[in-house]
Write a protein of this length. Structure first.
Length: 100
């Protein structure tokens, strides 16, 4: 059985879960979203290597939430316009209070 080695991520990304118990395949969407939300360049590279472009693109485009700066990063990484991101569309249809 040829199994891919687990990706190496910084434990701080998954501060709220038991790091050793993460199932990288069953919880792929959670892992990808969390890495893009809190990870650094090396974490994102490991994520791309492990999951591949197709899974990464599908997950990021369908994510309900990404911080604004990370949305721009994800857009650049997968080379898709912001308008294709679910989290961007949700943010546009749900504006925040006017900042004073």
């Amino acid at each position: 059985m040829n199994q891919k080695p687990k990706p190496i991520f910084n434990k701080r990304i998954f501060w709220d879960v038991v790091f050793e118990n993460i199932d990288y395949d069953a919880k792929a969407n959670f892992v990808i979203e969390r890495v893009f939300e809190r990870g650094d360049v090396e974490d994102i590279r490991n994520c791309r290597r492990y999951y591949g472009e197709e899974k990464l693109t599908q997950t990021l485009l369908n994510a309900k939430f990404l911080p604004e700066t990370r949305m721009y990063l994800a857009s650049a990484v997968i080379q898709k316009p912001l308008q294709n991101f679910r989290c961007y569309i949700l943010r546009q249809s749900n504006p925040t209070l006017f900042p004073y």
